[in-house]
Design a binder for this molecule. Sequence first.
Ligand SMILES: N[C@@H](CCC(=O)N[C@@H](CS)C(=O)NCC(=O)O)C(=O)O
Length: 230
Amino acid sequence: MKREDFLSGPVSVTAYDWVPGLAQGYVRDLRLRWALEEAGFPYDADLLPLAERASASNLTRQPFGQVPAMQVGDLSMFESGACAWRIAEASDVLLPDDATERQACFSWFFAALDSLGQPIDRCGYLRYFAEDREAAERIEPQARDFLRLRLSRLADALGDRPFLVGGRFTIADLMMSVVLRNAETTGDLDAFPALGDYVRRNTGRPAFQRAMEAQMQPFRKNAAKYEPAG
Ligand SMILES: N[C@@H](CCC(=O)N[C@@H](CS)C(=O)NCC(=O)O)C(=O)O
């Protein structure tokens, strides 16, 4: 599909109207919102209650009963990585024109989702969500060592460069930064100050701030509806 086709229809992103505090600011519609803000593409949020995520209507958009999904005119997509990449392809600012740099962006984008995202999510799961606490605490140190090796390799590859590819911010930096934010919450970035600086620099961008505010605004509005009083 050409750039003009993508832009020809209105863009809408599914998101929750409220989530518990731990997840606020980390729901994955943030990835799409940030990419859309960087690209300068207007969009609407289609908000749904968390309790309705597995409703028939959401399952037609997102087969696993999650958010986000993205609608562009008649075209519907799911998976935050696929949607973010599609936005980047349609934009003038999130991908380099140079073919070699574009390929490098593709590699780093998947490295963020897979090589870093998997171990980071595993550690987050063991820390916050695993119900068998004894098993989680037994496995966690090994999972954490594995993650730290990955982070140290990433730190080596980034070196003292501000961005992953071609000297400017790309979709690869966007995805790497949102994924690394999750390692910030567990303290795993503390041993890698250059990665912490990298995340803070990228999330300091005005487009990220707007995306974050757009995700948080309905949570504040609906707090009284969902949060127990007192
Ligand atoms: N691989 C999917 C994962 C989406 C995902 O994990 N969504 C979360 C919010 S960040 C969700 O809706 N969780 C509710 C559930 O899984 O029941 C993507 O990246 O789009």
